[in-house]
Design a binder for this molecule. Sequence first.
Ligand SMILES: Cc1cc2nc3c(=O)[nH]c(=O)nc-3n(C[C@H](O)[C@H](O)[C@H](O)COP(=O)(O)O)c2cc1C
Length: 150
Amino acid sequence: MKALVVYASRTGNTEQLAMLIKSELEQVVSDLDFVRIEDFHEDLLSAYQACVIVTYTWGNGDVPEEMNSLYKAIEQQPLSSLVTGIAGTGDQCYPYFCGAVDQFRDMLYVHTKLSVTLKVELSPQQSDAVKCRKFAEKMIEKVNEVTAVC
Ligand SMILES: Cc1cc2nc3c(=O)[nH]c(=O)nc-3n(C[C@H](O)[C@H](O)[C@H](O)COP(=O)(O)O)c2cc1C
């Protein structure tokens, strides 16, 4: 299986979360790409069976600007068999906690095989490592489910 973890991060919290998810996934996935959004081109999406998006939230519950082209590409490309997961960090002080995760979740549910969602408060803690393991397990379960049907 070829899988992708693509993330956006300004101050490092989301990068830490993305690295935790990556370290769980790479125990079972041999072909895993780990890419910052600035280094990713959306035309490559169709090469993957599974894609994890990890994002912070900006503005008033908004998707960060650098994630917009990925968001639009998934909406427009035929990716209905791509298994996806969406994770992110945010701050509960804001009215729309992890609003970018919610926006991606709704879109991924319609356009892909959405498997799992995770929201983390600011920088990941010890307890979040367990959640990341479960996140990775859910991704693999969904890939197996989709592969079995095909
Ligand atoms: C200007 C600004 C707006 C933000 N808006 C939100 C928001 O609407 N919802 C939320 O949950 N977090 C919001 N945050 C918090 C960030 O998403 C949070 O600090 C995140 O962990 C940053 O990730 P990073 O360290 O990977 O850049 C905002 C932060 C800033 C500075």
